[in-house]
Design a protein around this ligand. Structure first.
Ligand code: ZN
Length: 308
């Protein structure tokens, strides 16, 4: 009786761990709502977003790996525009899944955005005071990060690698959170296997497909991609040194993968809104990402290759 019950339960149990468009939508609606005022670095709403992520990490039973629980606070600096409050409090949020393995895979996404358009880099003609919701950039990547934490912490598998999930602060001010982490690591850098970055994965365009950068950053990636199938279109790009926080890891000679669904007319504008996100496609992107990570875990710790 008991075993029959378990057999019936198992498929639902496993299914519940895989990425879901419904949860993705919920995360993005929360993080990119007008209430969050664009999650500008130094704003109370940015702190609120960090709190949302930390609460989720806690719920997923991750070990805090910041310097203050899940948080790794630092001071960010606005450099692109001259503002009286150029120094701003920022934080990374770090949750660790300890599988007792020698090496660790980093999965990251930045959670800050442009706030009310007063920190430079808005592409609106009159950005001041307008909420830059940043649904694609990068509530979509944070939703992906939370889904990865959910999947790997609840799949009842003890993987041969540990996972460090990092939500980076102050990316929009120039990769400041990822650089701060790498200069002040809470885990030895030599123990990191590779880094997977998600930045703007919510605007899947079937003509383009999802781009996966970093293919040239290790000779192991071609093996990892072999035989991988997806319901969505994807393509690889050898470069690993651009686009987002992955560039900071690449600079430290760590192999990377960078997921990105491409630019669009709402990029860095107040119109980057939640209702424009394709959560079904994002679910498929995350399933593809899981396949790749699981393939990569069949391989020994990767060796970095610089991309020319
Ligand atoms: Zn971004």
């Amino acid at each position: 009786m008991k075993s029959v019950f378990l057999l019936l339960l198992l498929p639902t149990f496993l299914f519940a761990q895989t990425p879901s468009a419904k949860r993705i939508t919920r995360h993005i609606n929360k993080l990119a709502s007008d209430k969050m005022k664009g999650r500008g670095t130094g704003s109370p709403e940015n702190v609120k977003a960090a709190g949302y992520i930390a609460a989720y990490f806690r719920k997923a039973n991750l070990t805090p790996l910041g310097t203050n629980g899940f948080y790794q606070p630092f001071t960010a600096k606005v450099r692109r525009v001259v503002v009286p409050d150029s120094l701003r409090e920022a934080t990374n949020v770090l949750g660790y899944l300890d599988n007792g393995a020698p090496f660790t895979i980093v999965i990251g996404a930045h959670y800050d955005h442009l706030g009310l358009g007063k920190q430079g880099s808005s592409l609106d003609s009159l950005p001041q005071g307008k909420i830059h919701n940043g649904a694609d950039d990068n509530a979509s990547g944070v939703a992906g990060l939370l889904e990865m934490a959910h999947y790997f912490s609840k799949n009842a598998v003890k993987e041969p690698y540990n996972f460090l999930f990092i939500a980076f602060g102050a990316e929009e001010l120039g990769l400041q959170g990822s650089r701060y982490f790498l200069n002040n690591p809470t885990i030895p850098i030599a123990k990191l296997n590779f880094m997977v970055c998600m930045d703007m994965i919510g605007r899947y365009n079937p003509d383009r497909g999802v781009g996966i950068g970093g293919f040239g950053t290790s000779d192991t990636w071609p093996t990892v991609f072999k035989g991988v199938k997806s319901s969505i279109k994807f393509f690889t790009d050898r470069a690993g040194n651009g686009g987002s926080d992955n560039a900071a890891f690449y600079a430290r000679q760590i192999p990377v993968l960078f997921f990105h669904t491409g630019g669009h007319p709402d990029y860095h504008k107040p119109t980057d809104d939640p209702e424009k996100i394709d959560a079904t496609a994002e679910e498929a992107i995350l399933k593809l990402e899981i396949q790749l990570i699981e393939n990569a875990m069949q391989q020994p710790k990767m060796v970095f290759t610089p991309v020319k």
